[in-house]
Ligand binder design. Structure first.
Ligand SMILES: NC(=O)c1ccc[n+]([C@@H]2O[C@H](COP(=O)([O-])OP(=O)(O)OC[C@H]3O[C@@H](n4cnc5c(N)ncnc54)[C@H](O)[C@@H]3O)[C@@H](O)[C@H]2O)c1
Length: 322
């Protein structure tokens, strides 16, 4: 199949590009490189540098590529920026999405997969939340992911798209950008490898469901390309993508520090990495957030395959190499 990945130069998008190419599909990328990088893409993948808010550019690129399916990863994905700049957030995450959906419809693209978020839809939950959990987004970013799914449903029903919203939990892995305020694994890798202590917000007892980026990419490939009863024209299917396993930030930091020490030791560099510091708690941080991905297992045949320990080891090795 011919597939266009918006945000394909970013962390998750570039793993999706790799997985699509490995499965023999033809891929093009639309990205404004605001947080993504050309270096994340294999040579030879066409990269259209454009902003999804620019309807004319989006229409031109989609018309030129004529994809069979679109994988929409491009987004403003900082919760705190969405609080500071809700208009900018809505422009990228709502208007940008509508531009891509309009272009999909105009070019007869049949399938559309959207990166949604379990974390921001379900709020504080102590047990893995199924998709039926009432959505209660509290940040503008969460609101735009929720509204995005509603637009997707409208476009599916009105224009016949086969639409899938994948509600990721906390994704981590190689290529995650360590410069934002999200992506705790990447941020801690960068700090620890620079010889500085990781700073844990508050008491660190914030439980999250960490899922490995290439596992998330595989879920996207299935949703984009497989012939499935759950992926049909005129239908939106929303599915959680996560492990359902909770880890708090204190455990994460300790495991990651060990993984980094092991990687450094394997390279003949024995280093005692500094123990963490505790900073102030971040207002509004959820205590616990987990998703139940049983529906993705039933409908897509998807389950995560990389354990947290393996994923941390691979991520530590990737960051250490840089
Ligand atoms: N990382 C997570 O834990 C997580 C969790 C839930 C949902 N998501 C969603 O997954 C998607 C990918 O996130 P990621 O973690 O790979 O982030 P990322 O920042 O690495 O990727 C986003 C990509 O979109 C591009 N982009 C941003 N604004 C754009 C615009 N206006 N026009 C064109 N391109 C633009 C960026 O340059 C980047 O390459 C996002 O939609 C995000 O909201 C991520």
């Amino acid at each position: 199949m011919n597939i266009l990945v918006t945000g394909g130069a970013g962390f998750i998008g570039s793993h999706i590009v790799d997985a699509l190419l490995a499965a023999g599909h033809s891929v093009a990328v639309l990205d404004d490189l605001s947080s993504g990088s050309r270096d994340n893409l294999p040579a030879g993948v066409p990269l259209h540098v454009a902003d999804i808010v620019d309807a004319t550019a989006v229409a031109r690129i989609v018309a030129a590529e004529r994809p069979d399916a679109i994988c929409h990863q491009a987004a403003q994905m900082s919760v705190s920026r969405s609080v500071r700049e809700p208009l900018f957030d809505a422009q990228v995450n709502c208007i940008g999405l509508i531009n891509v959906l309009d272009a999909a419809v105009q070019t007869g693209c049949g399938r559309f997969v959207f990166a949604s978020s379990g974390g921001v839809l379900y709020g504080d939950v102590t047990a893995p939340a199924p998709e039926s959990t009432p959505a209660n987004p509290v940040s503008p970013y969460g609101i735009t992911k929720w509204v995005g799914e509603r637009y997707l449903k409208f476009y599916a029903e009105e224009h016949g798209l086969a639409a899938v919203a994948l509600r990721y939990s906390n994704v981590y892995g190689p290529r995650q950008n360590p410069h934002g305020e999200a992506g705790v694994v990447a941020i801690f890798c960068k700090k620890l490898l620079a010889g500085a202590a990781a700073t844990i917000n508050g008491d660190g007892r914030y439980i999250r469901d960490y899922v490995y980026g290439p596992d998330v990419a595989r879920a996207n490939v299935i949703a984009l390309t497989a012939d499935l009863p759950a992926v049909q024209p005129k239908t939106l299917t929303s599915l959680n993508i996560g492990t359902g396993i909770g880890t708090d930030v204190n455990e994460l930091e300790a495991q990651l520090r060990q993984a980094l020490s092991d990687v450094l030791a394997a390279r003949g560099r024995t280093a005692t990495l500094p123990t963490p510091l505790h900073g102030p708690a971040r207002p509004g941080d959820l205590r616990s957030n987990l998703v139940d991905a049983s529906r993705a297992r039933e409908l897509l045949g998807w389950t995560p395959t990389v354990s947290f320990a393996d994923g941390l080891a691979r991520t530590a090795a990737w960051f250490a190499e840089r």
